[in-house]
Design a protein. Structure first.
Length: 168
């Protein structure tokens, strides 16, 4: 309803259960490690297989919660996986706790995902001053490319993340 932004109300979770709406932030939480999944990535069931030396490999299962109206994996889920893969590749190069964010991205969808587990392979392609560029390809479970992704990230002037604790 117009004018209701910020008011608590009942909502449906991804499991279909009616729940009270959670806080809208700002949020503070703890992460297991610098290279680990944040709450959104856990929500999408992403798994970091590897992240080192400017490269990363992540996987994500296509559960029904990620389906769009035609039964295919939602493009936003694919972009989220690719973006996160590039983030992990970048994190493998930066000092833990460095604050950076996506400032632009482009995705090209190549083939629909109908089932299985998708895999994103990412790499940092350029690093200049506070800007980092990355590229990822997402593959289906038959190793067919389903999306190409490129993005640009910027390291914040105030380089340390605030409000997020990292265990290790």
């Amino acid at each position: 309803m117009p004018g209701d932004m910020g008011k608590a109300r009942d909502s449906y979770s991804i499991t279909g259960k009616l729940e009270a709406s959670p806080s809208t932030g700002p949020h503070e939480f703890e992460m297991d490690a610098w290279i680990s999944c944040a709450p959104f990535e856990r929500l999408l069931n992403m798994e970091i297989i590897e992240a080192a030396e400017g490269h990363a490999l992540l996987k994500m299962p296509f559960f029904i919660d990620l389906a769009q109206g035609a039964g295919l994996m939602h493009g936003g889920a694919l972009v989220s996986l690719a973006d996160t893969a590039v983030v992990m590749a970048i994190k493998s190069l930066l000092e833990p706790g460095t604050h950076f964010a996506t400032i632009s991205m482009e995705a090209r969808y190549l083939y629909p995902v109908k089932k299985g587990v998708v895999t994103a392979r990412a790499e940092v392609t350029e690093r200049k001053d506070r800007l980092l560029k990355g590229h990822a390809i997402v593959y289906n479970d038959e190793n067919r490319p389903v999306m190409e992704f490129s993005s640009v990230f910027k390291v914040a002037r105030e380089r340390k993340i605030k409000g997020i604790k990292i265990k290790s």
